[in-house]
Structure formats: C-alpha cells, structure tokens
Design a binder for this molecule. Structure first.
Ligand code: GCO
Length: 484
C-alpha cells in the first residue's frame, strides 16, 4: 500500500470545482513581485534521514530499532528490501557532504538515530554513536554548511516499541532523556534542532494504518501516540533549553491542504475535522497547549488521549522556528462507516483528481504549497518557517552515457519553488528550503522502488553516486538564489 493512501483509498474521482485555485489577490501580487526570486540570505539545502541512508545497522554498538525489526516481517516492504546497508552513508558521509558542496547547498538536514546513542532507548549511552555524529557535524561545518539535525525521524529503539511504543506515555520521558544526552554532546556545535519529523505521518502510519513500523492497526493507540508525541515535544524543548537557552528549537510538521470531495455539508464538515487532525493537531497543540476543537467528541477527548491534569503545560513549547514538509493535496469524503476514530465518519486520500502524478502516484499541486503556507501561518504566527522537505519521486535510470535525465523533477521543483516565492512575497516568513532528498534512499514501505534523490545512487554497484540533471539545475538555483 502506498503510504500516502491515508485511511481508505479508492475515492471515486470527484469534481474539481472545490479545489483552491489561484485567487485574484495572488494574481495581482504576482504582477508586483518577481516570481521565483528569493530574498537575500535565503538558505538552500537538502534533506535525508538516518534510517533511510546510513546503513551500518549493527555497527559500533548501535541497538535494534523498530524499523530494523519491521523490515524483516514478510510482505511489509516492497521487494523485501531492508535498510541494513541503504546508501551506506555511515561510512560515506564525507562523499555525501562533498555532494552538498557540489550542489552549492548551505544547509544539510539529517537525522540522528536514537539507537546509536542509547541502544535500547533506556539508560546506557553508546559513546561511539555520539562520536559518529560529532565527526559528521564537524565535517559538515568544515564544508561551510549548516548542520540541521532532526532528533527523531521514526526509528524508535525496539525495546521501547516492545514496551508499548508511542502510545505508551513513558516514551515521552525516555525521549527527553535521549535529547538531553545528544544536546550535551553536540549542543556546542549545532544551533538549530528539530524535535520530530512529521508527527502526523508516523503516528498514523505506524499505529492506525499499520504500514510503518511496528505495523499496528489500532486507531485508539494512534490517538494515545499523538498525545505522547505532543508531551515529548514540550519535554524535549525544555531539555534543550536547559542545556543552552540560546539554542533554537523547532519541529517539522507534514502539512497538506484538505478539500472536500463535493460541496455537500457532510463532506465539508468531514474535511474540517480531518484537516485539523492532520495539519494542526500537533503544531497548534504544542504552540498553545490546547488541542483544536472539532476533532474529537469533547466529553471523550481526555480519556481517548490519556490526557492528565497539567498536560497542557507539559506539551506547551514556544518553538523558535517551525519546519514544514509539503508534497501533495488531500481530499476528504464523509462516509457512513466510522474510520475508527470516535466521532469521525470519513475517508481521506491524496492520490486522486485529474492531475498529473509523480512516479509514486502523488498528485502534483504546486498551488497547494502556497495555500498551506498561508494556512499554517495563522497557527505559527511570527515564527520563521523552514521548508524541511519538498520533492518528488521519479525513477529515471542512467542513459547509455551514465547520465540521469529527470526533467519532470526539474519541472516539479520549478513549479513548487515559484509557489514558495509567491508565499514569501505575500508575507510568509520562510527562511530556508530543503529538497527531499540529497540522494535516492530507502523509501520506507516502498523500499528502493521510489527515487526522490537529486543524486542517483547505484545500490547494486558499490553505491556509486551520480548527480542527476535536476541536481545540476538545483545547484544553479541555489547559487543564483532564483528559479531558472
Ligand atoms: C516523509 C519523510 C521522508 C520521506 C519523504 C518521501 O515525509 O515521509 O520525512 O522520510 O522519505 O517524505 O516520502
């Protein structure tokens, strides 16, 4: 199952009249600003994550993660792939930093594997793991690039998964301890940290839909997981500030404009609820200490989440910046049957509509990038925004001369960067853009079947990296600070 086929897929193609379009206001603004031109000092980067690129899954004292375990279960990952080796970036990180340099990038978003730092997620620190991230960070800094780590990009120590994973409230406290260890070791050389990657995606896909590790299909466990993750945000935020209050702390949220499948009242109401559960359930709750109304039945909410007195204070974190990931659009339909969340009768899907799609079957909708930035600004306010991910899967292979022509990725990036520049011109304070991804890598349940990289990785032939045509194009954009 494509991991983005949220809830039940297979929505009948519906009319498009309700899709957010190019408003007149936007058209007017376009005339006044130069589309595709970015403010001076705008930061260009690329993103990866530990489990997707590092490999070395048992090296230097690393413990087992939930993904190390999950990939072994038959039928969970396309072609039975694992990330035991992945891009072998654990050993080739210098090569990968050289790629960033060749692409003229000034920010590298990577993630830290908890299991390298605390093999079981509890107690004992593995010094070799900390040393690895020190070496990596120092090499990034030497290259004149900003290190921009994410503390949690989905690879939970298996021991903690065995103890209940994110639905278990205690995991939030384990997470804060891990954050404290990492910051004490690396806080002297890294100034910007993200607490989590895509809280919505991993809680839904791991505990509700069962397509990510550990593969549970339990909507009520999912709700509990969302609350634990929100608590972990507040605890992690304060753990970092206790090490050094000057360090900037943010978190990365995956966001998508939600549109009703038809203009019926039922579809509109369903869209409003699902939109909040997806876009604001984490960001707004963390920033305000309160969950948005209109998602769960008020009289059941505390019990469903395991919300205890004082949790509003624990989960509250006045983040210094917000990371946003944008890929596609979500369409929502009201249904008769429940989707397992009390009070919710709907299904949502983002792979429908009369649009062109990427190779992973995701609808291409650049206007959605503009729309969601304007929407999220209502929640994030004055805080600087960093685009932590945006990109597309196109599976072009090397031609006879070994070059990779991927014109559709260039087109995808061009249209999305143009939309981003319009949002900035219209007042959304975005200061950085990271393309997903620096290189082809392990795409979770899709294994190696989907290539998101600016760089081609030959997984069969010694991991050879080759910059794609889109990589050269993006390098020029980064250098000139404008879309070409
Ligand atoms: C995500 C993750 C990445 C993915 C990328 C493409 O957004 O799901 O942060 O790990 O690989 O988004 O699916």
């Amino acid at each position: 199952m494509n991991r983005r086929d949220m809830l039940i897929s297979g929505l009948a193609a519906a009319g498009t009249s309700l899709l957010p379009g190019n408003s007149n206001a936007t058209a007017k603004q376009n005339k006044m600003t130069q589309v595709g031109v970015f403010p001076p000092g705008f930061l260009w980067g690329a993103a990866t994550s530990a489990y997707q690129i590092e490999g070395a899954y048992r090296e230097d004292g690393k413990g087992e993660s939930n993904w190390d375990r999950f990939v072994l279960a038959p039928g969970k990952i396309k072609n039975g792939n694992t990330a035991n080796v992945a891009c072998d970036s654990y050993h080739r990180y210098r090569e990968d930093i050289a790629l960033l340099k060749a692409l003229n990038l000034k920010s590298y978003r990577f993630s830290i594997a908890w299991t390298r730092i605390q093999p079981t997620g509890i107690g004992a620190v593995n010094q070799k793991g900390l040393d690895y991230y020190k070496r990596l960070t120092d090499a990034i800094l030497e290259a004149g690039i900003r290190p921009f780590p994410t503390l949690y990009h989905w690879d939970l120590p298996q021991e903690l998964e065995d103890r209940g994973g994110w639905p278990n409230r205690d995991t939030a406290y384990r997470y804060a301890e891990y954050v404290d260890i990492v910051l004490k070791a690396l806080g002297d050389r890294i100034n910007n940290w993200s607490l989590f990657n895509e809280s919505k995606a991993f809680t839904q896909l791991s505990y509700w839909l069962g397509v990510f590790a550990p593969g549970r299909k339990d909507p009520l466990a999912f709700l509990k997981a969302t609350h634990t993750v929100n608590l972990a945000h507040g605890l992690g935020f304060r753990a970092i500030k206790a090490v050094n209050p000057k360090i900037n702390v943010g978190s990365v949220f995956d966001v998508s404009p939600h549109v009703p499948a038809t203009d019926s009242d039922a579809d509109k109401a369903a869209t409003s609820a699902m939109e909040k559960l997806s876009n604001t359930w984490f960001a707004e709750s963390i920033l305000t200490g309160e969950y948005p109304d209109g998602v769960l039945p008020p009289d059941q909410q505390a019990a469903l989440l395991g919300f205890q007195t004082g949790d509003d204070k624990i989960m509250h974190a006045d983040l210094d910046f917000v990371g946003l990931n944008y890929y596609s659009l979500t369409r929502v339909t009201a249904t008769k049957e429940s989707n397992g969340i009390p009070g919710m009768h709907l299904k949502a899907d983002w792979a429908v509509g009369p649009y062109e799609k990427t190779d992973s079957d995701w609808v291409i909708y650049p206007q959605g990038f503009y729309d969601i930035l304007k929407r999220m600004q209502l929640i994030t306010g004055h805080r600087p925004i960093e685009i932590a991910e945006n990109g597309a899967a196109y599976n072009n292979q090397p031609d006879a001369s070994g070059q990779i022509h991927d014109p559709k990725r260039i087109e995808y990036l061009r249209s999305h960067l143009n939309a981003l520049s319009r949002a900035i011109a219209d007042g959304v304070p975005v200061r950085a853009y990271h393309c997903w991804s620096l290189m082809d890598n392990f795409e979770w349940a899709e294994g190696y079947s989907q290539r998101f990289g600016l760089t081609y990785v030959d997984f069969e032939n010694n991991q050879k990296r080759t910059i794609k045509e889109s990589g050269y194009w993006y390098a020029k954009v980064a250098k000139e600070n404008k879309v070409i």
